[in-house]
Design a protein around this ligand. Structure first.
Ligand code: ATP
Length: 265
């Protein structure tokens, strides 16, 4: 499997009035094409900075970021992004909001085709029938569903999500996890998810990458062996296999926070 994302020896510091703030330190990681990588780490360690580098919104001080075999040096159209608080244009309907990236990336696409593409996704996430509503009429969960559609409507190479479900209640969040699996089953894409929720990382991730405390480096990578065959079931989270994976991740986070010493190899 080829790697869609390659981050090689990336080091970055922000310039602040108090001097440089080192955020990433010789960070190396890769995400194979079609895989879902969940990234966890202590608060403030540099997770969002990492997403900005992959999207080409920032350049690292040193090191290289590669996407689909091309060095990332500027913002990429082939990246879709979703955030905790999706910004929607209130004067547009939900359908018109979802169509927006196509207007920018594929301006020559016929209007009917754009609408059909957006509707296809809205149906997939359970929002068919709501397409003519305004964002203000939507709940947080509905906004986030629409935001996911908008992020992948132009079929990006990679979907980057920065705590997209962080502000949702636990039940809505679990619904959205299932929606995410449904979306991926329909249109396989490579994904990077920043999250603070270890259960979410295991339920959604093919791999979970644990970053160290700031300045962040790749501390630990777990290949998720989710119990059961076929589509992942939420019940799987309550099995001994998942309990073991979650305990390992929790310990890694505590090491990253400096609360526990790493075990001798
Ligand atoms: N533009 C900036 N200028 C200066 N410092 C910044 C800037 N952006 C982020 N930082 C600082 O860099 C550090 C890493 O920030 P980043 O948002 O990447 O961390 P994070 O792991 O995503 O945080 P959290 O888990 O709290 O969401 C933080 O200390 C933050 O305050």
């Amino acid at each position: 499997m080829t790697n869609l994302i390659e981050i090689k020896g990336v080091t970055h510091a922000y310039r602040t009035p108090n001097g440089p703030l080192p955020v990433l330190e010789d960070l190396t990681l890769s995400v194979p094409e079609g895989e879902f990588a969940a990234v966890v780490g202590p608060s403030g360690c540099g997770k969002s900075t990492l997403t900005r580098l992959v999207a080409g919104l920032m350049k690292p001080d040193t090191g290289e970021v590669w996407l689909h075999g091309e060095r990332v040096r500027s913002p990429r159209k082939t990246v879709g992004m979703a955030f905790q608080n999706p910004v929607m244009l209130e004067w547009r309907t939900i359908l018109e909001n979802v169509i927006l990236p196509l207007e920018i990336v594929a301006p020559s696409m016929p209007r009917a085709q754009r609408r059909a593409r957006a509707m296809e996704l809205l149906e997939l996430v359970g929002l068919a029938g709501f397409e003519n509503k305004r964002p203000s009429e939507f709940s947080g969960g509905m906004r986030q569903r629409a935001s996911l559609c908008r992020a992948i409507v132009h079929r990006p190479d990679v979907l980057i999500m920065d705590e997209p479900f962080g502000a949702l209640d636990a039940f809505t969040r679990e619904d959205l996890w299932q929606t995410m699996h449904a979306l991926r089953a329909q249109e396989p894409f490579t994904a990077v998810l920043i999250t603070h929720d270890l259960r979410e990382s295991v339920y959604l991730g093919d791999q979970v990458i644990v970053l160290s405390g700031r300045p962040a480096t790749t501390q630990y990578v777990m290949d998720v062996k989710y119990p059961g065959t076929g589509p992942r079931q939420l019940d799987g989270l309550y099995t001994p296999e998942c309990a073991t994976m979650l305990a390992t991740l929790r310990e890694q986070i505590q090491i990253a926070q400096g609360r526990v010493a790493p075990k001798e190899a």
